[in-house]
Design a protein around this ligand. Structure first.
Ligand SMILES: [Zn+2]
Length: 103
């Protein structure tokens, strides 16, 4: 997590809301996270482990477990086993799973 990340008002807002649309998820992550996230996704490190009825998804991402609650194209909440309080590269990589399907 680079400390520059929260310095733009839009990112700070998104962080506060803990809510963002998959359509503009790239604004939620730093350029470094996006680069690493797409790298993980393209190298097959993102696997959907489980999907439950109320739009909960569990992903395995490079030895971490990411859970996502999604409503339509909006991410309502997430967790990652790496312990991040907000965005991490594993969550970022998971977003690429949804990205082409929801646009
Ligand atoms: Zn993580």
């Amino acid at each position: 997590m680079d400390r520059q990340w929260l310095t733009t008002p839009r990112r700070a807002y998104l962080y506060m809301k803990m809510l963002f649309s998959i359509a503009d998820f790239e604004h939620f992550f730093s350029p470094t996270q996006l680069r690493r996230g797409i790298g993980l996704f393209e190298s097959g490190k993102v696997e959907l482990e489980e999907k439950n009825h109320d739009s909960g998804y569990t992903f395995s991402v490079a030895n971490h477990v990411v859970t996502v609650q999604k409503k339509g194209s909006r991410i309502l909440s997430f967790t990652c086993s790496c312990g991040t309080k907000y965005s991490c590269v594993h969550l970022c990589a998971s977003m690429f799973f949804f990205y082409p399907k929801t646009l």
